[in-house]
Write a protein that binds this ligand. Structure first.
Ligand SMILES: [Zn+2]
Length: 147
């Protein structure tokens, strides 16, 4: 699995996100075990509140490849969410039974304290980090105070 290639793609997707003063700009890609893209999403791409991982998962709903897929996200999946408290990305990933998540950047305590990685690990999801992409994932959010 080419983590650099896919995370680079996720960062490019994050740049498409309409900027918000109250939410991160994130990119996410779902990749099957053969290294083919299943779906992709970015913050607020299909509605004004949707998260990148949520969007990618919605577009891939029912796809049998999810059982062996890897989700690339520029940001740690959320564990608290103001507008959709029952649909955090961590919960959606667990519900979709995604076995592996690769992230570039741990969520800083700007809006909430994120426990996404801990929740996913507790749920049996393998977490890989590619911290060499953290600066690029963060740079998309340079407009947010505290980032
Ligand atoms: Zn989220």
């Amino acid at each position: 699995m080419d983590h650099q290639r896919w995370m680079s793609h996720a960062v490019a997707l994050a740049h498409r996100s309409p900027r918000s003063a109250t939410a991160f700009a994130v990119g996410a890609v779902l990749v099957d075990e053969r290294g083919t893209e299943i779906s992709a999403g970015w913050s607020r791409d299909i509605d004004p509140l949707v998260h990148a991982e949520e969007s990618a998962l919605l577009k891939a709903a029912g796809d049998p490849r999810l059982a062996t897929a890897t989700l690339y996200s520029t940001l740690e999946p959320c564990s608290k969410r103001a507008h959709r408290p029952d649909a955090t990305c961590a919960a959606l990933i667990l519900a979709a039974r995604i076995p592996r998540v690769v992230i570039a950047w741990r969520e800083p305590d700007v809006f909430v304290t994120c426990e996404g990685v801990a929740l996913l690990i507790a749920g049996g999801v393998e977490i890989l980090e590619v911290p060499e992409f953290a600066a690029a994932a963060r740079a998309v959010n340079a407009h947010l105070p505290g980032v």
